[in-house]
Every structure is written in C-alpha cells, then in structure tokens.
Design a protein around this ligand. Sequence first.
Ligand code: SAM
Length: 330
Amino acid sequence: MQNSFFPSKQNKGQGFAKKPGRTANGESYINCSRKSGRMRGSMATLGIPSNTIAVLQKYNFNFQKKFGQNFLIDTHVLEKIIGAANITKQDCVVEIGPGIGTMTQYLAESAGNVVAVEIDKALIPILQDTLSEYDNVEVINEDILKVDLQKLVDEKNGGRPIKVVANLPYYITTPIVMGLFESHVPLQSITIMVQKEVAERMQAGPGSKDYGALSLAVQFYSKAEIVANVPPNCFIPRPNVGSAVIRLTRHSEPTVQVNDEKLMFSIIRASFNQRRKMLTNGLANAAGLSFSKESIREALLAMGVSENVRGEALTLEQFAQLSNLLGGMK
Ligand code: SAM
C-alpha cells in the first residue's frame, strides 16, 4: 500500500524551479525543487526525495492517514523553516512529529539540542537510524497533547524558553497551538507548517473573512507572520490542500490589558459562534454567559462603539475592553 504514495516514474525528475519567489501580491512562495540546496559538510541526507523513499522502502513504512503524515521532501522548504525559526546553538528546540527525521536532522545541525515528540511507534526505529549521527537529539514516543510541557522545558532546558518548530499534523493544529500558549510554558516562538487556510486565519484582522476566535487567540499571545506558502508537491504523500509556514513570536509583555482572560475568550467565542448577528443579540443569548442586552449596550456605549456592531468588527483591544467592562458589572 505504501507504494501508492511514492512519486510515479512519470513525475520523477520533473523540472521544478529551484528558487523561492514572490507572488504578485508580494507573498513569498516556494517552488519545490528536486535538487538539494543543502550546504556542503551537512550530514542531513533526508529532504531529498530519493533518500526519503529509500528509507520508507527499507522499513516498509505504511503512512498513517489518522496521524496526518505528509513528509517534507524539499530542501529549500526545510532551509526556509530553519531560517525563519532563527535557530542558534543556544536554542533548545521541541519538534512535534519528526516523522522519519527529515527536519530533525536540519534542526540538530543548527540547535543546541532537540527534543522530538512522535506519536507513531512505527517511526521510532526509523528515527534511531536516521538520527544516529546526532548526539543532541532525544526522541520521545508520546502524544504531544499528553506531554507535560512545563516538565519537559524544566528537564531539557533548565526552565528557559524553548522554540517549537514543526510540520504539524493538520488534524490537531489548533489544540497543539492553543495548548502551547495556554499552558504558559516558557516559549520564544512557534514556527510551523500548517494548512494555508489556517495560517491565513491566524494572521487575519477585523474586516477579513478569515478573522475569528483563532486569529484573536493567536494574536493575544504572539505576533503572527506567514513566512512562505508551500505547494502540495513538497510532501509525500501530497496533501489535498495548500500549506504555509507561519512564525508566531510570543509577546514578551501582553499587548492588551485584560482582567480575566477566560472571560474575554468566552466572549470572543460567543461573538464568533454567531458572527452574522449583532453582538448585543449574540452575547445575550450565549450559553455560559449571563449578560443582559442592556449591560452589553451600556458597555459598547462606554467604548464609543455602535450597539449594532457585529463581533467580527471588533479588534483584540476592543474585546479586552468589553470583557473588562462586562466583568466589572457583574
Ligand atoms: N516532520 C516530518 C516531516 O516534515 O517530514 C513529519 C511531519 S507529518 C505532517 C506529522 C507528524 O506528526 C507525523 O510524523 C505524525 O506521526 C506525527 N503526529 C501526529 N499526531 C501526533 C501527536 N498527537 N503527537 C505527536 N506526533 C504526532
């Protein structure tokens, strides 16, 4: 079965443009190359399709769709991710889902140490093989959603902030990202490959159709920047959707003052659950919140915002202000 994922002979050696470029609207994109752009002296051998395929065949590896397994086979994309994450020998990097160790090899060469958390036990013997040349990598066979991140940061980096780098399994992008932020573990940045549409939602602002609870949550904790768009042919097997690399740099100080984060996020979620409704109606009817239409109107008035406003028009600062005002009225 695994053979059906391998590039057909017809596609093999197709000419792909070698260099990253820019679209008409200025976004950076990557044209996948079949040639290595890896620096001389590197021990990283994966990322080159023929090497990846050789490893998969050697271990008779079966891709698990349920684990969102789409492995990177492009050295330019790998270098772009490592560059965007700004990895130095001072860094402890946590990689989520190393797969066969393609990006792990690159990370090991740039970082001080790497902790890679992989759920699929079939990949563990493969990782032992592909990472055998590196003495600064530790692989943990675990579900990232069950890992005690604070303990990991304490044990592996003496409690100092880590960097997270990953080509994420798309089926759990939001729980992983929110789990990292909400756990409040010391964290410098998260540089991740995600579904393009999700990256756009993370970066969106008011007035955009992509703006929603995820945009506000991500931007509350970090500065979000899309670094590159990545087409399906940079992966094996090819995903059905476009991908993008996004860097989330954790704010060192909160950019908005909010008295009760939990209340603010409940208000945000309720506002976007019924995004076509006026905020006064959406919030007054929301389960789990107990604000009257009158108190919501009063808060909006105090903010200088129309009582007919929809939640999708409010900025993060305005949601914080609304939450502080409504919280104060309780
Ligand atoms: N990093 C590799 C690469 O770029 O080629 C693989 C990326 S693949 C998109 C996602 C990886 O995450 C797979 O190796 C998959 O088994 C792993 N994974 C899926 N769910 C996971 C979870 N809950 N915890 C840890 N790893 C997970």
